[in-house]
Design a protein around this ligand. Structure first.
Ligand code: SF4
Length: 417
């Protein structure tokens, strides 16, 4: 059987044009998908639940997990690699069990969220990018985490939804963005380490504001090149600035993001510019939305006596676990079997894809259905303005994350009664 227009759940681009074949209960990408989609669509139909590394009856594994959760005083629900229904159940379970919540890409998400909170900006969407953007500036990224970004949104057909569209794609940032990796037509405008992007954007803002500068060059780059870049940005009719906070993993990256957001605001005084932060894979974009809908705060957050508290400066899951600040880890990764829980001494429950190999030391492993392949679901796209329904081209009898978490919650209610 072949299915067309299948939505791919394996990065936050959520391409909705895949053709998927299904044979013997296993899905495979027949057309349109990228390498990541081709690797992740074929999910085994089932797997054993494990307790202490040994196969167990699914009901027994769930009961064991519920006992561990009932004993925990400072649980951490992390990973959160699931769809909106699973995330809703995770927030409800966190409320019930007084847990902290963090996503596996939480650190990268905060590099965007905190600067955005400090002053806002003007944000774009994938449709605007594809159909209107005549100048696109990629800061420190080639969009590797969204493999079809160029094909789907930055093609050079010369045509947008509203007529002719001749686009320039410029790159600033790391010399690691080597020419052979650079998509055709993209120009490396300024070659500098990603760590100095904050400086570069500060410089661009200063030049835009007409501030006199005595230096003739910056990091060996002639100021005339920086001014030429600025002229191109100023001449755009609709410019979009993209970056991926996951690739800006260095001290002060949030300041660089703030400088980018500020440049976008400054450019809007004379023309139209907008920002589009990439990232939010593994349900990350959905996690921010769901937590905000249900608890009033995005991640990171926690519940104390049933009251939600924003905790953006909470340390990462790895740090909390290393310092024994949590006494149970419940890790969720329903999309990618390679997203494993961080090492910890505390009891660990894993809800993972059927082909995940839970690391030694995991007390309970419960295989769950992959949304978009084995179970219907919904995910929020990278631009956070669209939530797409996911199909189930190869339905499996495995429970979904939402179902497992709801049953855990029921067990907690019974244990407390
Ligand atoms: S780019 Fe992302 S959404 Fe599109 S096919 Fe590849 S993994 Fe799937």
């Amino acid at each position: 059987m072949s299915l067309d227009h299948v939505v791919c759940p394996f990065c936050s681009l959520l391409c909705d044009d895949l053709r998927v074949d299904v044979r013997d209960g296993r899905a495979s990408v027949a057309a349109q998908g990228c390498e990541r989609a081709r690797a992740l669509f074929p999910v085994p139909a089932g797997a054993d639940a494990l307790v202490d590394g040994r196969p167990a009856d699914p009901g027994d594994a769930l009961a064991h997990a519920a006992r561990l959760l009932a004993r925990a005083r400072r649980p951490l629900l992390a990973g959160l690699g699931c769809d909106i229904h699973g995330l809703r159940a995770a927030v409800r379970l966190a409320e019930r069990s007084g847990a902290r919540l963090d996503h596996m890409h939480g650190a990268a998400q905060l590099r965007n969220l905190l600067p955005l909170r400090r002053g806002g900006s003007v944000l774009s969407t994938l449709s605007e990018l594809r159909n209107r953007a005549d100048v696109v500036l990629l800061a420190g990224t080639l969009g590797a985490a969204a493999p079809r970004l160029f094909e789907r949104c930055l093609d050079d057909s010369g045509q947008g939804l509203f007529g002719e569209l001749h686009r320039r794609v410029l790159i600033v940032g790391s010399p690691l963005l080597r020419p052979r990796l650079r998509p055709a037509g993209a120009e490396l405008a300024i070659d500098c380490p990603n760590e100095s992007l904050g400086e570069l954007f500060g410089l661009l803002r200063a030049r835009l504001a007409g501030a006199p500068l005595q230096a003739a060059s910056w990091r060996g780059i002639d100021m005339a090149r920086i001014d030429a870049l600025l002229d191109t940005l100023r001449a755009a009719r609709y410019g979009v600035l993209l970056w991926d906070a996951g690739e800006l993993d260095h001290p002060g990256a949030d300041l660089a993001v703030r400088a980018m957001l500020d440049l976008v605001v400054d450019l809007n005084a004379a023309t139209r510019w907008a920002a589009l932060p990439l990232g939010g894979d593994d349900g990350g974009a959905s996690a921010q939305q769901v937590c905000t809908w249900l608890a009033g705060y995005p991640l990171r957050m926690r519940f104390a006596q049933g009251v939600p508290r924003s905790d953006p400066l909470q340390r990462t899951a790895d740090e909390l676990l290393a310092d024994d600040e949590c006494d149970l880890l419940l890790w969720i990764s329903a999309f990618d079997p390679a997203r494993l829980p961080p090492p910890t001494r505390c009891p660990t429950i894993v809800l993972g894809r059927a082909d995940m190999r839970a690391p030694p030391g995991v007390e309970v492993f419960i295989p769950v259905a992959t949304p978009g392949v084995q179970q219907r679901g919904a995910l929020t796209r990278v631009d956070q303005v669209v939530t797409l329904p996911l199909g189930a081209p190869a339905p499996a009898s495995l429970p979904g994350v939402a179902e497992v978490l709801a049953r855990l919650q029921q067990e907690l209610v019974h244990a407390a009664a």
